[in-house]
Design a protein around this ligand. Sequence first.
Ligand code: FAD
Length: 458
Amino acid sequence: MTTTAGRARTTTAAARPGPAWRNWSGTATAHAQRFWRPRDAADVVRAVRWAARAGLRVRAVGGGHSFTDAAVTDGVLLSLDHLSGLEHLERRPDGTAHVTVGAGTRLRTLNRLLAAHGLAMENLGDIDRQSVAGAISTGTHGTGARLGGLATQVVGVRLVGADGEVRAVDATRDPALFEVARLGLGSVGVLVAVTLRVVPAFTLRAREEAHDLVDVLDRLDGPDGWVATTDHVDLYWFPFTRRALVKRNDRVPAGSGPRLAVRRRLEDELLQNGAFELTNRVAAALPRTVPALNAVAARALADRTYCAPSADVLVTRRRVVFREMEYAVPRDALRDVVEEVDAWLRRTREPVPFPVEIRFTAPDDVWLSTAYQRPSAYLAVHQYHRLPHARYFDAVEAIVRTVDGRPHWGKLHGLDAARLAELYPRFDDARAVRAEHDPDGLFRNAYTDRVLGPVLRP
Ligand SMILES: Cc1cc2nc3c(=O)[nH]c(=O)nc-3n(C[C@H](O)[C@H](O)[C@H](O)COP(=O)(O)OP(=O)(O)OC[C@H]3O[C@@H](n4cnc5c(N)ncnc54)[C@H](O)[C@@H]3O)c2cc1C
């Protein structure tokens, strides 16, 4: 495997007999010796102990929505799909609650079960196909300058360690292990349950407006800027155009209107998936048409406002298959980064029909979080799966490197442990936890070797 963002894309574990597994975007494939779907935590314990005796490595997989080879192994691959659903719900005096769910619970299922109890996740990313464990393990985040990523909503986890023992850890019971267990690529064990802090269900008013990109960049900052005054800001800028779709979502009282009509939802589906797939196919067949296609797509953006339960506003459907790289950059570096990416695209005319997405999160204290102690802006670049992405991703990676960008752990990138150690102040602490809890590297794979380095024996 190479170390560039563009080429670090396809990993096939040594071809051995056994069921093949492939991730959503088709960038990673595994031929595991054993592919198991444990029915409960005791089954996970049996699988981990069996693998250790057999000298095989173990990885868990959730929704397979990482673009990297994070879940790939040629040893034992465990799908936690059966460890799904609510285990425990504890209401708190302030209206929040702690819910314990099976680690394999998909966010879609979680959102539904929370809604049935009048609760919701404080924030979400833009899809709901991931498992809770997979989402937190890679630092999945949404947008909102006052809100952290999903791992910040975790108050405790239960995991099966390399010794085959089940441990419950949280901020007071083994806090160091908790840090790496909640965001550490499954490098210290298989999560079997996750306890999340959730909030009373809330309604969001979504305002979607097309703006000039320079105008948008001018209006983001400062105490009265959009980022500071809006609960969730999400931008989609179309390369080769000056147009960006700005989504601003704010909490409003339940029952606020207007509601999103079913007809509009169908239109969304058509525009976001049906028409967009067609556009991308044309782009792949005739790459030179991309600037014109993007100009048409950007002009088609229509302003609208609607209100809906938080998950319905935050979550979208993504059926057009793509490749993605996303970097967290210091909040105040965003403007320069966008201008440099824009200049590179205009200079090279690289055919990129997908918009660039920009989001924001609060600083947090999760050791391996991309927003660790840094107010962050996220710049995500996408490419249609039938178009080459290497030149584009490598160029953007070189730009964000100059501002100490931190790559999303679940998306394509080319960094290795040596560079990541410079970007994460607690990187060596995380490695020490891994060495203590998995000295023989039962949970390692090629991706953890690259991004976390080899397991250092204590
Ligand atoms: C269409 C699309 C949209 C996306 N949108 C967003 C977004 O809005 N925001 C964002 O931040 N990211 C986003 N992502 C990235 C995605 O959230 C992450 O890659 C996430 O890890 C996927 O979750 P998963 O359940 O599919 O995990 P997988 O890809 O299956 O696994 C991810 C990692 O978690 C580990 N793991 C899984 N289960 C366990 C377990 N039980 N115990 C221990 N380790 C485990 C795996 O070994 C692997 O290392 C998106 C990805 C796609 C394809």
